[in-house]
Design a protein around this ligand. Structure first.
Ligand code: FE2
Ligand code: FE2
Length: 313
């Protein structure tokens, strides 16, 4: 590439974004955009993979064959989401082994929500309803992300996430029709997961350093606070239909804003978990590291086989 060609390429990139068209792997793109996309996609991929652990915890103890089959399918979907996303990151020149290394050495993040424990089977339902529900709010707009491979991966992921949300809600509905003890179990799980779910949308807009640039590049379509509000407004009638109380005394409809007001979020708790001090941070990473090490022989065998095939050719 010559020095004089660069401004033209940059204009072409900006023009593509302006016209709401997709940036594809063959296109020239600014280094900042590449880095931002790799960071966002890697963090998303890691979240899918680490997110298998809290619910995977309940597969062997699911209360019926039907619940076990549903949960297995759901956790397996999350593995698939991780794989589509690592592949999307590879189209930007990222190396999958390097991304995994960064995850298990703590240099890249995953969603903090997965650092909370799953104490009862009701947690499986609440994760589906609230955590996958929040993920859908975040991810539906990403189907229009400016980076083509990411946007296309998100379309498929969102379809599967809506199954996750519904299986969770249906599980909770069933438990709410059950015994007093089951209803108490659901309420307890809602109490523990509500606030962490609101934190999933990230820090308030005023403290979100990457938002402005990501909005300009159309890799992000709405701010953290907009999406959080949308999620709250969506969840209130669902909680009512379910018969549970959301643990926020300040939660109420604001006629003027046409939105629900809600109480302050404990951002100190969020920051502590980001720093690695959540209840399960160490356990999640240790488990992922062990799975990676246990799989070393598979990678070695695959590489040896590929080398042999190449030798024959
Ligand atoms: Fe997922
Ligand atoms: Fe999911």
């Amino acid at each position: 590439m010559t020095a004089t060609a660069e401004p033209d390429l940059e204009r072409l990139f900006e023009h593509t974004i302006e016209r709401d068209q997709r940036i594809e792997p063959r296109d020239w793109l600014p280094e900042g955009y590449r880095k931002t996309m790799i960071r966002q996609i890697a963090q998303h991929a890691h979240s899918e993979i680490i997110g298998m652990q809290p619910e995977g915890n309940w597969i062997t103890r699911a209360p019926s064959l039907r619940r076990k089959a549903i949960l297995l399918a759901k956790v397996q979907d999350e593995a698939g989401h991780g794989l589509y996303l690592y592949s999307a990151a590879e189209t930007l020149g990222a190396d999958r082994a390097d991304l995994t290394e960064k995850l298990i050495s703590g240099r890249q993040k995953y969603s903090s929500i997965f650092n909370y424990p799953t104490l009862t089977f009701a947690d499986v339902g609440v994760i589906g309803w609230l955590v996958d529900g929040a993920a859908i709010c975040n991810q539906v707009p990403l189907c229009r992300s400016s980076y083509g491979p990411y946007a296309r991966a998100m379309i498929r992921i969102c379809k599967e996430e809506s199954f996750h949300q519904r299986q969770g809600y249906e599980l909770l509905m069933t438990m709410m029709r059950g015994t007093e003890a089951q209803r108490a179990m659901v309420q307890d799980a809602v109490n523990r997961w509500w606030w962490p779910s609101l934190m999933m949308f990230g820090p308030p807009d005023a403290e979100s350093p990457n938002t402005a640039q990501s909005m300009a590049w159309k890799v992000k379509r709405h701010t953290n606070d907009e999406l959080r509000q949308r999620f709250v407004d969506m969840s209130v009638p669902q909680a009512k239909a379910l018969g549970v109380t959301l643990p926020d005394p300040e939660l109420k409809w604001n006629e003027e804003r046409q939105h629900h007001n809600f109480g302050p979020i404990d951002w100190d708790e969020f920051k502590q978990i980001l720093k690695g001090n959540g209840p399960c941070n160490a356990q999640r990473i240790a488990h992922r590291r062990k799975a990676h090490e246990d799989g070393a022989w598979v990678r070695e065998a695959a590489a040896a086989y590929a080398a042999k095939q190449e030798g024959r050719a």
